[in-house]
Ligand binder design. Sequence first.
Ligand code: SAH
Length: 236
Amino acid sequence: MKNHTLEKLLSDIGIEYKAEFLEKLERFYFLLTEKNRFLNLTAITEYDEVMRKHFADCLFVLKYQKFYAGQRVLDLGTGGGFPGIPLKIFLPDTEFVLMDSVRKKLKFLEEVFSDLELKNISVVHGRAEDLAHSEEYREQFDLVLSRAVSNLSSLSELTLPFVKTGGRFISYKGDNGKVELSLADNAISLLGGRVDILNEYVLPGGDRRCLIFINKEKKCPMKYPRKAGTPAREPL
Ligand code: SAH
């Protein structure tokens, strides 16, 4: 019965799926809401709302971005696993790294990986400002995704250093995306990025959202990101 809602939602927005993906999303809903009683992972817990505002929203990027096997994708500030977990369920051959500064959330996500038998997915604990200066992660990702972490200007300083030249950063935003973008122009070009396109979409039920696609054209100067906390306090 419940699965039916999810099926309808995905066919309404035009995303293809296998039955197994829906089962895994349902199971993730269960694990998320169960853990949310002890750990702040999501502000919304009602079934229909989670399906629309979290799951459908996270998956919308599949309509605009091509993913492929072997591609390395970073979800920065993943929190309860958004957009990383729903996307991983739909993209079994793509490699995902889920990063967050709160260890307890990552421990939960590792439980989810094992419960849902997700392969080729791992977590990294720490602040983006620090991790972006380690050789292991700097300019190592084809794609960096981020949802609900901070304003686009400070967020670009956290995300663009992780993107390979020729790769992309995709920012999930609400209906204020255009305004944020106009304030982030300077930061994006200082960091080696160039705005490609802003795609607006409407979630079933009416909420307006957008995805901002930023291409990494040049290497990011080594002085970025600045030390932890500075990008948010003093956006470029
Ligand atoms: N992306 C999720 C969570 C948003 S809440 C969603 O869409 O629901 C923001 C998350 O980003 C929190 O879990 C927080 O711990 C993490 N975060 C914020 N600043 C960060 C930083 N500088 N480095 C790493 N993680 C950060």
